[in-house]
Write a protein of this length. Structure first.
Length: 58
């Protein structure tokens, strides 16, 4: 979840399994870039964005 207040969000989402929280401020371009960079390092996110590559056999 992209949120402004990660501590509060973690408390609210604690009962939902496999939920991750990341801070983002949509008024701050650097914050958006940092959030995006973290997502693109996550293989699960890459599989969602490009499902045709998720199970590619070399």
């Amino acid at each position: 979840m992209a949120v402004r207040h990660p501590d509060k969000a973690r408390q609210e989402l604690a009962s939902i399994p496999r939920t991750e929280v990341g801070q983002i401020d949509l008024m701050d371009p650097a914050s958006i870039d940092a959030f995006s960079a973290r997502l693109h390092k996550d293989p699960a996110w890459t599989a969602i964005q490009a499902p045709e590559n998720a199970f590619r056999v070399a």
